[in-house]
Design a protein around this ligand. Structure first.
Ligand code: HPA
Length: 294
């Protein structure tokens, strides 16, 4: 008997979805962008858009969270063909990690080379302010420690090796580029670098949990993105992760303020314009870098 792990998708499922999408659009994206909570507007700057609702795409899960739209948008930014996910899937919604990461392998099969992930997280680092943009330099896969890992189960060599290296999950070249582009746009004062930790959610952290994460070296905490990044790295995509600090995580007993989802959405809305500028410029520069370094 073969071990099944938690993967419910076969190579043929990814292939079918990829072929279906490529039949419906002339776009051949090189860059994929996953937009988190309230950040779906990032796709609006693209030209020649072709939009698919998740429920119309074969095998695609459907997003259930307020503030997370559910559509796949193909378009071009400065001549670079891109695909945007407006809204993504979370473990806490009840999806398997195979469903959560399903789009990433379809991106790989359609010829995507680089993936940008933009999400929301709570700041643990004392120096961070609400509205800061953290360039992710590394992550802690806390659900992965507990066996909730997207690469569990038989390994499909057509995507990548059994034991992938994760010490360089976030491209150094793209991180440097993000800092450069941030400086060009005059937002160096809100650009940070740090370690992101994923928790499964859906509750925000207790104070003891938040303190533990801070001791572990985490600068911010969120409920998404690490499975997608892990699968992207496994199949050889270049990854850039940006995390918008939407709130400060409570680390003190006796403080009255409480984090809530609306605050996360408000901060996302407030910073969506600057993020859009950053992402737009990054995409065109990221393709140039890719051409120059290949
Ligand atoms: N904790 C976990 N996930 C989050 C937070 C937080 O404080 N803010 C946005 N996503």
């Amino acid at each position: 008997m073969h071990a099944k792990g938690n993967c419910c998708c076969s190579f043929d499922d990814y292939k079918l979805t990829t072929e279906w999408l490529l039949q419906q659009t002339h776009h051949r994206p090189k860059v994929a962008v996953i937009c988190g909570s309230g950040l779906g507007l990032l796709a609006d700057g693209a030209a020649n858009k072709k939009t698919f609702r998740y429920q119309d795409v074969p095998n695609f899960p459907v997003s259930t969270v307020t503030g997370h739209e559910g559509s796949l948008v193909f378009g071009t930014i400065d001549g670079t063909s891109c695909v945007f996910m407006k809204g993504h899937f979370h473990l806490y919604e009840g999806y398997s990690l195979c469903q959560v990461t399903f789009p990433v392998r379809t991106f790989k099969l359609m010829g995507v080379e680089s993936m940008l992930v933009i999400n929301a997280s709570g700041g643990l680092c004392d120096d961070f302010k609400v509205g800061d943009i953290m360039i992710i330099k590394d992550h802690i896969n806390l659900p992965g420690f507990a066996g909730q890992h997207p690469l569990f189960g038989p390994n499909d060599e057509r995507f990548g090796i059994r034991f992938p290296c994760m010490s360089d999950a976030y491209s150094k070249v793209l991180r440097r580029l993000a800092l450069e582009v941030g400086a060009e746009l005059g937002c160096s004062d809100i650009m940070r670098e740090g370690v992101y930790c994923m928790v499964s959610g859906p509750n925000f952290e207790t104070i003891a949990e938040a303190r533990m994460l801070q001791i572990l070296g985490c600068d911010s905490v969120g409920m998404s993105m690490v499975p997608e990044v892990t699968v992207a790295k496994h199949c050889g995509l270049r990854v850039l992760g940006l995390s918008l600090i939407t709130n400060k995580v409570s680390l003190e007993y006796g403080r009255e303020e409480k984090v809530h989802h609306e605050e996360v959405l408000e901060t996302s809305k407030m910073q969506s314009e600057v993020l859009q500028k950053l992402v737009t410029r990054l995409i065109s520069r990221c393709q140039q870098e890719s051409i120059n370094t290949h």
